[in-house]
Design a protein around this ligand. Structure first.
Ligand SMILES: Cc1cc2nc3c(=O)[nH]c(=O)nc-3n(C[C@H](O)[C@H](O)[C@H](O)COP(=O)(O)O)c2cc1C
Ligand SMILES: [Mn+2]
Length: 502
């Protein structure tokens, strides 16, 4: 199911009892963070919050602010029009396995998949809600009504006390590869320098940065469009670790089963989803860099000041009644954990295509995405765990995985306590660990040098004789299932009135 606007998603959340409105004035400087942090850390991720009167420097913004909208399993699924994320994972699996139909049922399934793929193709339209009000920074504008002449009219958060300023935290950044014309959509935070200038925090490993490098090499100005809001599927797609060259707009259409309608920008040769709440158009100039940060980051620490490209705004277009969607990041668990978890669930089938022995994968909240990756495998031969580690370290953003733990298929990777039990019980530390060198996440403050560091693999699987384990591997304790059943029945008879006496 597709949402026609971000507001339509908020209405669905409210109907489902997943949204709290905050009608009182709350400051965009630190106060909304304190409020949202508490909500995000309440059981299951709390509720989405709609601040109806976000205050900017003591003045009420005309634009309401939505936060924690994707911050629970249920809301993340709702954002993608699903009952639960596993339905999409299953669709991915079917799509990847598509073969000629062997039965009517199978044919029907294939047809359905083909239909969703048709939906994936974007549609080009000549106008849309994101053009209700147009401001070009050459002085011309049209639309009128509830206008937002500049960035400073948006309720952009100053998130943490030591932050370098206000940051747009849910921006969907649209760029094109100047050589191939391939589109990319990524989420890279933007520090607001003034009403017409921001930072563009695409880290060196990301596709936006690669596109940028090609423009610099060609000596050309780089057109960049940033959208806020619209269907929340776009926001999720911008964060999804798709391989370079796979168009996130196509992915968004596939997820929501409806073509994304694209409309031409006013001042740059790019197209953006017509359902966006706000579109910010502009350029990144080759070689122009500016100190960005500090910023209270995903890691739970401040990332220090560093030079990043500058984004110069040429136009802002928006709906008459836009909503400003945003998030805060910080010490886990935060909203981003649920976004990351959804990505892993959807992409497990892709990993399994490469490594059929993979049973399940988890990126626990404590590891803030790539710091800790747990993988369960159906182990068949010696040192298979190492093959999986090497494979993952070589795949896209999985290259950042600081610690990879491999467990056997009967271990629930989503239960960190169970995983740590396997690590502690099954390993000989020297024998079962390995270190390697790989790029590290630009945000990781652990290594001596940014972006370079060691990575550790832990093989917590049962060891085989072919791996040099000469003793008999002991059997793990299990309760007999018939006994378990009998005891559960006895326990049930004691419920409601009766009690267990010592
Ligand atoms: C809330 C949030 C903020 C993010 N901020 C940044 C950022 O500032 N810079 C960055 O390089 N990646 C950031 N990311 C991660 C990227 O969005 C993610 O790696 C994405 O897959 C990049 O897309 P790409 O492969 O098309 O470049 C952020 C993710 C989330 C969920
Ligand atoms: Mn991409």
């Amino acid at each position: 199911m597709a949402y026609s606007s971000f507001s339509a998603f908020l209405i669905a959340l409210e109907r489902a009892g997943e949204l709290k409105r905050v009608p009182v004035p709350v400051a965009t400087e630190l106060e909304i963070t304190a409020w949202a942090d508490r909500e995000m850390k309440s059981p299951g991720g709390g509720k989405a919050l709609l601040f109806e009167k976000p205050m900017v420097n003591g003045v009420a913004s005309r634009v309401p602010l939505a936060i924690n909208t994707l911050g629970s399993e249920r809301r993340m699924a709702m954002a993608l029009g699903l009952e639960n994320i596993d339905a999409l994972a299953e669709e991915m699996r079917l799509l990847l396995k598509a073969k000629p139909p062997t039965s009517i049922k199978h044919a029907w399934t294939l047809a359905k998949q083909a239909m969703s793929l048709l939906h994936a193709k974007p549609k080009h339209v000549s106008g849309g809600p994101c053009k209700e009000v147009v401001h070009r920074f050459d002085g011309t504008s049209d639309g009128g009504g509830n206008t937002l002449p500049t960035l400073l009219d948006l309720p952009i958060l100053h998130c943490w006390p030591q932050d370098g300023g206000r940051f747009i935290t849910f921006p969907c950044v649209h760029t094109k590869d100047p050589d191939t014309g391939e589109r990319n959509l990524g989420m890279y935070r933007m520090q607001v320098y003034d009403e017409q200038t921001t930072g563009m925090h695409w880290q060196v490993h990301k596709v936006g940065a690669r596109h940028g490098k090609r423009y610099y090499e060609r000596g050309e100005r780089m057109p960049v469009a940033v959208t806020l809001g619209g269907d929340p599927a776009h926001i999720f797609s911008a964060t999804a670790p798709l391989p370079d060259g796979l168009d996130e707009i196509l992915f968004s259409g596939f997820i929501r089963k409806k073509s994304v309608e694209l409309v031409k920008c006013e001042t740059i040769p790019l197209e953006v989803p017509a359902d966006a709440d706000v579109v910010i158009e502009g350029y990144v100039q080759p070689g122009e860099m500016r100190p960005e940060g500090p910023f209270g980051d995903h890691t739970g620490f401040y990332t220090p000041i560093d030079d990043y490209p500058v984004f110069r705004i040429t136009a802002i277009t928006h709906r008459k009644d836009p909503v400003y969607p945003c998030t805060i990041v910080g010490i886990p668990p935060m909203e981003d954990f649920y976004m990351g978890t959804a990505s892993v669930r959807i992409f497990v089938p892709v990993f399994q295509l490469n490594f059929p022995e993979i049973v399940d994968m988890a990126l626990p909240a404590e590891g803030v995405f790539h710091n800790l990756v747990v993988v369960s495998i159906r182990k068949q031969y010696a040192w298979q765990a190492y093959k999986i580690m090497h494979g993952l370290w070589g795949m896209g953003q999985m290259m950042f995985s600081k610690y990879i733990i491999i467990v056997d298929e009967d271990c629930n990777v989503h239960n960190l306590s169970e995983v740590m039990f396997r690590v502690c019980a099954n390993t000989d530390p020297q024998r079962d660990t390995m270190f390697t060198k790989n790029p590290t996440d630009a945000l990781d403050h652990g290594p001596n040098i940014p972006c370079l560091g060691s990575h550790m693999g832990i093989d917590a699987t049962k060891k085989l004789a072919t791996e040099g384990y000469t003793r008999p591997w002991p059997e793990m304790l299990r309760i007999d299932s018939a006994v378990q059943k009998r005891v559960e029945e006895m326990m049930a008879t004691l419920q409601g009135g009766a009690s267990i006496r010592p």
